[in-house]
Design a binder for this molecule. Structure first.
Ligand code: SF4
Ligand code: SF4
Length: 174
């Protein structure tokens, strides 16, 4: 009998799949941007933005004019540093990075444990949902989509290391 060998997804295929799962879900059924004036998309004077997941820059080879990529000192694996994605406060929705699609949720995992999805504690300062609601109070379809994406991306060893390190970072905010 022929054995089926599972070929790991390329990074492009991985993120295309993750983006598709999250394409049409939102944290709550209503437009939460009306609660806060789209606070998570506001541009501050300092460079603020969101980390791209490992190799997610494959999705931004042709960088849109409203976006920039920066190096960071966030080392999630030996010699591997996260890129920072910034925008001018607007974007083509279908091209927003993974961190924007899952905000205010975050995959959280300690080595040897099962990954879970938490409310991103770094979002409390800007996001009224992160400040006042629990994960269970967000739209269940959104939460289920973020959980599905978390299971998908955690199959990739580099993403696992990234999530482990990010989880240590957010522990300081819990
Ligand atoms: S800051 Fe929170 S409430 Fe406001 S648009 Fe972003 S996710 Fe929605
Ligand atoms: S890329 Fe889009 S969703 Fe993400 S912060 Fe910028 S405007 Fe908001």
């Amino acid at each position: 009998m022929r054995k089926t060998v599972k070929i790991p997804l390329s990074y492009q295929a991985l993120y295309e799949r993750a983006y598709a799962i999250l394409e049409s879900v939102t944290p709550i059924k209503a437009d939460c941007g009306r609660l806060c004036g789209k606070a998570c998309c506001k541009v501050e004077e300092d460079i603020t933005g969101m980390y791209l997941f490992p190799e997610e820059n494959v999705m931004f080879r042709d960088l849109p004019s409203y976006a920039s990529l920066y190096d960071t000192d966030f080392e999630y694996d030996y010699g591997r540093y996260a890129d920072l994605f910034t925008c001018d406060g607007s974007c083509e929705r279908h091209r927003r990075p993974l961190a924007c699609r899952i905000f205010p949720l975050l995959p959280y995992c300690k080595e040897g444990e099962e990954p879970r999805v938490i409310m991103d504690p770094r979002g409390r300062g800007i996001c009224p949902l992160a400040r006042t609601l629990s994960v269970d109070e967000l739209d269940p379809e959104f939460v289920a989509a973020v959980e599905k994406v978390t299971r998908l991306i955690m199959k990739n060893p580099q993403v696992r290391k990234f999530v482990y390190e990010l989880s240590k970072q957010v522990d300081m905010c819990l």
